[in-house]
Structures are given as C-alpha cells and as structure tokens.
Design a protein around this ligand. Structure first.
Ligand code: UDP
Length: 333
C-alpha cells in the first residue's frame, strides 16, 4: 500500500522503522505545472541517489538510506520529513536569479545557504531560520545542524564532482527526524535536485535541461551516473566541526567573582552596568562531519565533564568550518 505519493516517488511504510521508496519515471517542474514521463528516469535517479548516499555515508554523514531493493526501489529508515528544504548555492542560478534579477553564473566567495518551506500551494517560499524556528517547522538545534551538515555535504560533493569534470552549481537537501530525534539526510540526491555544469564548456547536465527544454535529459542524467560509477578512489576530505561550549553559573547560584568585578567596574565609573556574572568557555574541534550523534556526544562532554551540573548550565554554539575557511583563517593569522 502506497503511504505517500509525491511528484516522482512513492513511499510505502513497511514497518515501524523502515519504508520502501519507489522512484517513478515522472519528471516535473514549476510546481508540477510542467510534467512528463521519461523512460529510465526512475532507475537513473534511484541509482544516482544510492551512489551519492553511499559516498556521503563513507565520509560519516548520517542518511536514511539502508539498501537497494531493486534498481528503482530503496529500503530506507522511516523518518518524519521536516517541512524545510535547504538549498546550497556555489554559483547563481534558478530562483536566486529570478528573485533578485541577478544574472546566472556569479561565483559566490562563500556558499550561500537558503531555507525554503515545502509548500506547493505557496510555491515553496523562502523562509528565514528564525521564522522557521518560531513557526515550529524545525527546532533551533535542527536549524543549526541542517545548515552545518549542508555546508559539509557541499564541500564533499564539490570534490566528488570536480573529479568527474562537473561543477556543482547548487543543490537541495531534505532532512528527516527519527523517533529518537536523530536528524538524517533524506529524500533523494540526483540530477533532479542539483545543478551540474560541464566544467570545460558550462553545458547544463541537470533538470534545467527539462525546465528550459534543452532536450536529451536522460542522456545527461545517465552520463552523470556513469561518471560517478567510474570513480575509483574517493577524494581526501578532512572534516572539522567546532563547538563552542559556554558554561554559566546557574541564576540561583551566587557568583562572588562576578560581584567583585561588578563593584570594581562601578568604582571605575562604568555606571550603566547592572550586574556581572562570570563563566567559562571551551572551543572543541572534532574531526567529524556535523551530525546529531556528534551533537549528543558534545552534550555529554559538556554535561559530564566541562560543567558542574549542580551549579552550572551550558550553552552550545556549533559551527562547521570548511577546509577553505580554515585555510583562510590561518593565513590571516
Ligand atoms: N530544488 C529541488 N526541489 C525544489 C526546489 C529546488 O530539488 O523543490 C533544487 C533545484 O534543482 C536546484 C536547487 O534546488 O538544484 C536550487 O533551486 P532553485 O531555488 O534555484 O529553484 P528552481 O530553479 O528549482 O525554481
């Protein structure tokens, strides 16, 4: 029994923990206004997703993918799909150009991350992180993790596609939440959900071929898959996630050192200070990609080792450092 039928895939619940995802040959664009059936498309997108999920898994990303049932069917972990799509852009294209009137092909110095609401009726509107959290689409923690994971996925995918002479222009990720609250990469990652240009010529290889009636959609989708399958050795990638843990005394606990600082500042003439509470901060760098698992580990470290739970509270600020930004960071110093 089909539990959910989307524009290009059907989802069948198998049990409490697993679903089967069937990739169909349907292709659509412009909120489903333009649609068609393209032979082999289901298989190609399914196999491309398998390949990319397997690659991401090797780099430590947590995904919903379990195994392949057939060339167009996947066994995946059952998750609640979060109603926010995360788009990462390296080069301007698509809705970004339309929204601002910018030309296509502008290379960004740093990848841009955008959140969109999954809502066909309102044409998947752009949403700020704070509105997404305020409206309870996602938690603040999830918003931070989703952005950090997307940035790390971008770094890995840029390297993968560079190896096969393709330029990663942009892509969209969807995330799912397990019953235990773990965040997993979900849905699909294929030529339908990213833009890829031939490195040498700039030729479009992705769904824009369908959107813009460029023809040979399946020829190019297949070529991407074949190139991915030709990769012998995955590129090196050194993940780095840094976390700042801020440890504060609980409000109810007296802070004599803070009091002394307060009085000394008042004596020095800083009259606008109402109170001072001192705390400590730790910055920890992990050689891992961001994930809920990593986050739980950080919470455990913060709770059990860095802070004294009787008198202190902690706050986490998770950041993902790209290899590029790290290099620049050190060069600056
Ligand atoms: N995308 C997607 N599903 C969507 C919207 C976008 O997979 O519902 C992908 C799209 O293929 C592109 C990237 O996300 O690789 C950015 O898309 P954009 O916001 O430019 O929108 P579009 O051009 O699809 O209107």
């Amino acid at each position: 029994m089909v539990t959910y039928s989307g524009k290009a895939k059907d989802v069948i619940a198998l049990n409490d923990k697993e679903v089967q995802i069937n990739f169909r040959d349907s292709i659509s664009a412009f909120d489903g206004v333009k649609k068609e059936e393209l032979a082999e498309k289901g298989i190609i997108n399914c196999l491309t997703s398998v390949k990319l999920f397997e690659i991401l898994d090797k780099y430590g990303f947590k995904t919903h993918f379990i195994s392949k049932i057939s060339d167009s069917k996947l066994l995946c972990k059952k998750v609640t799909i979060l109603p926010i799509e995360v788009v990462c852009r390296n080069i301007s294209a698509g809705s970004f150009c339309k929204r601002y009137g910018f030309e296509e092909g502008i290379r960004f110095e740093q990848p841009l991350i955008e959140f969109f609401v999954k809502d066909d009726e309102h044409h998947d509107p752009l949403i700020t992180e704070s509105v997404a959290v305020q409206m309870k689409f996602i938690t603040e923690n999830e918003a931070i993790l989703m952005e950090a994971i997307t940035r790390a996925v971008n770094e890995v995918l840029i390297k993968i596609f560079d190896l096969i002479s393709l330029q990663l222009v942009d892509f969209k990720l969807e995330f799912g939440r397990t019953t235990e609250g773990q965040l997993l990469l979900a849905d699909e990652i294929s030529a339908d959900t990213m833009r890829l240009w031939e490195k040498k010529t700039g030729e479009k290889k992705d769904k824009d071929r369908y959107r813009q009636d460029l023809g040979d959609v399946i020829v190019h989708y297949k070529d991407i898959l074949e190139r991915l399958n030709s990769i012998q050795k995955l590129p090196d990638y050194k993940p780095l996630s840094t976390v700042q843990v801020i440890i504060k005394l609980r409000k109810s606990v007296l802070d004599p050192a803070g009091e002394v600082t307060f009085h000394s500042l008042s004596r020095k003439g800083f009259k606008r200070i109402e109170s001072v509470r001192l705390g400590k901060s730790a910055e920890i760098a992990f050689n891992a990609v961001p994930s809920s698992v990593l986050q739980s580990e950080i919470e455990e470290i913060s709770e059990k080792i860095l802070s004294n739970p009787l008198i202190e509270d902690f706050e986490l600020k998770i950041r993902h450092h790209s290899e590029k930004s790290e290099k620049e960071h050190f060069q600056e110093k």
